[in-house]
Design a protein around this ligand. Structure first.
Ligand code: RP5
Length: 170
């Protein structure tokens, strides 16, 4: 059977971002969404970044998830080029000062060029958000998101049962 075309692009500034960014891939796997994953650096490979962002929509991508650490320009620059929604993942990297540099670089975009910024290292949420964006026009995927949310609720119910089983608790 032919492999389905990727509809989400996961990019990151360096291979050192992969341990964080693969959480986005795992989230997309859970919803059965095809993605492509590559290293594209705003600073080290600016031409490649431009090419990637410019061709993303015509190649069939619907959402881009971009992660970077330190002076994290990748998500914002990609958002300035593509008409697709861009989700930014700030990463605490070797050149970060506590990660705030990356959070603020990705979050504080000027009006007109939004980047949906998730929490520090929160690539899993980026994957879920990408799925939710795509689900807004896919009833089948929307159903999967509802099932996922139901699972979250059940986990909390289980936590409550657990703490109430402990001695001294009602
Ligand atoms: C950023 O610099 C990358 O996104 C990475 O988070 C950080 C460090 O990169 P390496 O020096 O580990 O390649 O551009």
């Amino acid at each position: 059977m032919a492999k389905k075309k990727p509809i989400v692009g996961i990019i990151m500034g360096s291979k050192s971002d992969l341990p964080v960014m693969e959480q986005a891939a795992l989230a997309l796997d859970e919803f059965g969404i095809e993605y492509e994953i590559s290293i594209v650096s705003a600073h080290r490979t600016p031409d490649k970044m431009f090419e990637y962002a410019q061709s993303a929509a015509s190649r069939g991508l619907q959402v881009i998830i971009a992660g970077a650490g330190g002076a994290a320009h990748l998500p914002g620059m990609v958002a300035s080029i593509t008409p697709l929604p861009v989700i930014g993942v700030p990463i605490k990297s070797s050149n970060s000062i506590d990660g705030w540099d990356s959070v603020l670089s990705i979050l504080q975009m000027p009006n007109g060029v939004p980047v949906a910024t998730v929490a520090l290292n929160a690539a899993q949420n980026a994957g879920i958000l990408a799925a939710q964006i795509i689900a807004s026009s896919s009833p089948a995927l929307l159903k999967k998101i509802s099932v996922y949310k139901e699972k979250l609720k059940k986990k909390v119910d289980e936590m409550n049962r657990e703490i109430k089983r402990q001695p001294g608790k009602k």
